[in-house]
Design a protein around this ligand. Structure first.
Ligand code: FS2
Ligand code: SF4
Length: 553
């Protein structure tokens, strides 16, 4: 195996024996083979579009879900990947046949152009392990080309995750599906120059903005605009179900199926923002949020006592003491955990195994008491824009610091807590994603009633932070959002953070600090391009960074 797609990759070089995340070499290799065949499907998808035809929605969604399953901490089950590779080969043959037929119809002869091996390899299950071993990332020898291809692939994985959430809520955009295939197919094209690949990486960022906007529309049209909410972080005395991940549709169905059952629902990790949606606040048995970010689950899931539903990443390989209480659904998978099947056409998922497991559980053990603030997505912040602008103009707010992104288990993430503590009292933190757990329970106070940590929601709600910046720029008459008193100090971990970063770059945001370490998959030359074009810099010493941030650097 060789995997370097996340921030915690071994030695900041690559995981080669087993993932730091717990992924085995077998699963990692099978994920590589799945991506290999998905690229083959995408190759033919592009060819079809050249002939004026297209891929079906079923194929577009298959590619989306397949990629999402390979995102860090999503699916650890080799059997799932074997099945996905089986299906991917069948789909590729279907798309290839359609292309070959159409080509002959239009040209009167068979297609004689060159085909990449991803478009032609066929193998049976007993060949998967050997083949998977051959198709890893390191097969691209040129370090810079490899870096750009992987940057593009990881950005598309991020798009896949957000696109899947939007699709579940009936929002779709064919252009996004097609771009995903265009980008994947481009990684097979040896004729593309580094400049052309860089252009595609930035285009990927543009599609990241479109996808996050689509998901924002999907979430807010289904569940209303998040509103300022004091989220309880204590516990009640009834049994509970803990819901983690990002899928709001799963959350809605579980809330509905647990009404009047005597069971309370708690959020964990990235599900915390669900507490601020008006449609979810209507449920009295939505009790609040339990615990912190994803990597704390080993200790917190054990203490929760009741069952846990993982709707998406981040799943950590469980301890035996609570493994039988964890249920997976959607693209999440782990050998030996009970999986809740997909919803039937027009129906709901059946969460009764989770509900049954909760009935005899003890109430959760209390970890803490109090509240955290949520619900400061674009609609809320823009509704108080006058107050915010006045606070900027009279100096009560001197700077906004966007500190969105991911949390992670390594100690070096204390940097983000230190920055939050060091920032002067007239600085406001704008956040989204699980990065917030590094500072959202500090008592940072408020500025004239505006909390100093404004939490827009999940990592995909970074879109809200962009909308806020754009609208503030309009309101104060500034043409370039870089001229606003906003700095970016972004924490990254997995591939959704890659698309958030590319989205910010595509919008022209400059001077982003990125940490706690720069991605191992960004080569020196590619980094130089990012520094030249966008003034990207690594996070450093918290105190020095705060001084620079407050000075506008
Ligand atoms: Fe956090 Fe993990 Fe949101 Fe990432 S719960 S690092 O997948 O997507 O952010
Ligand atoms: Fe290593 Fe991250 Fe890949 Fe897991 S996802 S194998 S920790 S690089």
């Amino acid at each position: 195996m060789f995997c370097y797609q996340c921030e915690e990759t071994a030695k900041n070089e690559g995981c080669t024996i087993k993932g730091v995340c717990g992924k085995t070499a077998e699963t990692a290799n099978l994920q590589d083979l799945l991506v290999y065949v998905l690229k083959g499907i995408s190759f033919y998808g592009e060819k079809l579009r050249e002939l004026g035809s297209d891929t079906s929605e079923e194929i577009d969604v298959f590619i989306t879900k397949g990629l999402f399953a390979t995102v860090t901490n999503t699916n650890f089950d080799s059997d799932d990947f074997v099945e996905l590779i089986d299906e991917a080969q069948e789909i590729r043959e279907e798309v290839a046949d359609k292309f070959n037929r159409l080509y002959k119809e239009q040209n009167g002869s068979e297609y004689q152009g060159s085909l990449p091996p991803q478009a032609t390899w066929k193998g049976s299950r007993d060949e998967y392990d050997d083949k998977a071993f051959e198709v890893g990332i390191l097969t691209t020898e040129n370090e810079d080309v490899r870096s750009l291809r992987e940057l593009l692939t990881y950005g598309i994985k991020g798009i896949a995750a957000y696109n899947d959430h939007a699709y579940v809520l009936d929002k779709k955009d064919k252009e996004i599906f097609n771009f995903m295939q265009k980008g994947l197919a481009a990684t097979l094209d040896d004729s593309l120059s580094a400049d052309e690949l860089t252009g595609l990486v930035l285009e990927c960022g543009e599609y990241g903005v479109k996808t996050m906007a689509l998901l924002d529309e999907a979430n807010t049209s289904a569940y209303g605009h998040p509103e300022p909410t004091e989220v309880n972080i204590g516990v009640g005395d009834r049994p509970g179900i803990l819901v983690s991940g990002h899928d709001l549709k799963d959350f809605e169905e579980l809330l509905e199926q647990t009404k009047d059952t005597g069971i309370d629902i708690y959020t964990h990790g990235e599900m915390l923002p669900a507490n601020s949606y008006p449609e979810f606040k209507k449920y009295d048995h939505l009790k609040g949020n339990y615990g912190g970010s994803w990597w704390k689950q080993k200790e917190e899931f054990e203490k929760f006592n009741g069952p846990i539903l993982m709707t998406t990443n981040c799943l950590v390989p469980p301890k035996d003491s609570y493994k039988d209480k964890v249920f997976t659904t959607g693209v999440v998978g782990f050998d030996g955990m009970t999986h809740i099947a997909d919803r039937p056409e027009g129906g709901s998922k059946d969460f009764s195994p989770v509900i049954e497991a909760a009935k005899n559980a003890a109430a959760p053990e209390e970890l803490e008491t109090g509240i955290v603030h949520g619900g400061f997505a674009h609609n809320t912040v823009l509704s108080i824009a006058d107050k915010v602008i006045e606070a900027i103009q009279n100096g009560d707010i001197s700077r906004f610091v966007v500190m969105g992104g991911c949390d992670g288990r390594l100690k070096n993430r204390d940097y983000f807590t230190d920055v939050a503590k060091e920032l002067p009292e007239n600085a406001v933190i704008l956040t989204a994603g699980c990065a917030k757990y590094r500072y959202n329970k500090l008592d940072l106070g408020d500025i004239g009633g505006i909390p100093r940590v404004l939490d827009a929601g999940q990592c995909n709600d970074s879109y809200s932070l962009v909308v806020i910046a754009q609208k503030l720029a309009e309101a104060v008459g500034v043409d370039d959002i870089n001229d606003l008193p906003i700095s970016y100090d972004i924490a990254w971990y997995e591939q959704k953070a890659v698309i958030v970063l590319l989205a910010l770059l595509s919008l022209g945001v400059k001077g982003i600090r990125l940490g706690p370490r720069l991605p191992a998959f960004v080569s020196e030359n590619v980094l130089n391009v990012l520094v030249d074009k966008f003034d990207i810099k690594p996070t450093g010493d918290a105190q020095e960074d705060v001084e620079a941030i407050m000075a506008g650097n």
